[in-house]
Write a protein that binds this ligand. Structure first.
Ligand code: BDR
Ligand code: CA
Length: 309
């Protein structure tokens, strides 16, 4: 199975992404690291601990990372994920303590110890990942690929052209996409096709397990948040799409393209500038998601979630 580390900021969709990764035998979840994003670092860490406990994966090492972006202040997404970062279900479970090291150090160790190159799946702002690349360049050759949920080939969700994870830490995203490592961008243009319909929520409930019930409650809260903020229901399930791409590449179609992060811009800081038609003459530095097998995605997710008893 494919060794992965997940860096995340749970977050409703991060929670389902963790459950997918821990539940699908095609992935080996070496560790989980947390970053400030959807909520403050203490909350995203606590939430990640809770989800690992719910998954029965308390043996997976977890470490907290950066509590703010590389530059500027943190703006959390309480309007989407609530004050806890994971509002909705009752998640009062006994949790395992986090590791006594920084996320960047845990990533370094896990990558150094892995006999095979490791894929990093980043589901929040790219602060920890950028810091790893800048402070531990010797690790880089053992990273197989960085697959991140963030950006878009079209419009944003936090500013007109900016997606939340990239807008929260544009400098970190810039470091990652210019690192020379193989990078895959899973943007809103595909995640907005993975819509959590009432039928999906019913299927989650129908699993008849605690995991199924918690997921259904998470998605019910998430649907309300999307209705309030964006005026539509059936919320897009962003982060699990990045995990799905790693466990079955055929689920998400990508194209090689030049990708740059807008760091200045009067109105567009944090935008992902994807040169889909190769007009700039720049070399492709990323695989950019352009299509998704929606049915296959849901089948994969529900199958993994059904493994929890
Ligand atoms: C991304 O932002 C967060 O709110 C979600 O968890 C996801 O990672 C979507 O823009
Ligand atoms: Ca996230």
């Amino acid at each position: 199975s494919h060794p992965v580390i997940i860096d995340c900021d749970p977050g409703h969709d991060d929670a389902l992404a963790l459950l997918l990764a821990a539940g699908d035998p095609r992935l080996r979840l070496l560790g989980v690291t947390t970053v400030a994003g959807n909520q403050t670092l203490d909350k995203t860490t606590r939430n990640a601990q809770r989800i690992l406990a719910l998954a029965g994966a308390t043996g997976v090492p977890l470490a907290a990372g950066c509590d703010r972006p590389l530059v500027g202040e943190l703006t959390v997404a309480a309007d989407i994920h609530g004050t806890s970062g994971l509002d909705g279900p009752d998640l009062d479970v006994p949790v395992a303590p986090p590791a006594d090291v920084h996320a960047v150090e845990l990533m370094r160790r896990l990558i150094a110890e892995s006999p095979e190159p490791v894929t990093l799946i980043a589901l929040g702002p790219l602060t920890n990942v950028a810091l790893l690349l800048r402070t531990r360049p010797e690790t880089v050759s053992r990273v197989r690929r960085i697959v991140f949920m963030g950006g878009s080939t079209d419009r944003g969700n936090t500013t007109p052209y900016g997606e939340f994870n990239i807008v929260t830490d544009p400098e970190a995203a810039d470091i990652v996409v210019r690192s020379g490592l193989p990078v895959t961008m899973i943007g809103l243009n595909v995640t907005h096709q993975a819509r959590t319909t009432p039928e999906i929520i019913a299927e989650l409930n129908g699993l008849g397990t605690r995991v199924g019930r918690v997921c259904a409650e998470l998605m019910t809260f998430f649907a309300g948040a999307y209705r309030r903020n964006f005026g539509f229901t059936d919320p897009p399930l962003h982060d699990p799409v990045a995990v799905a791409r790693v466990l079955d590449p055929a689920l998400v179609r990508t194209v090689a393209a030049p990708l740059a992060i807008e760091l200045t811009g009067t109105w567009t800081r944090g935008a992902t500038v994807v040169d889909l038609h190769h007009r700039t003459g720049r070399a492709a530095n990323a695989e950019v998601a352009v299509g998704i097998d929606v049915e296959g995605f849901w089948r994969t997710l529900l199958e993994a979630l059904s493994r929890y008893t």
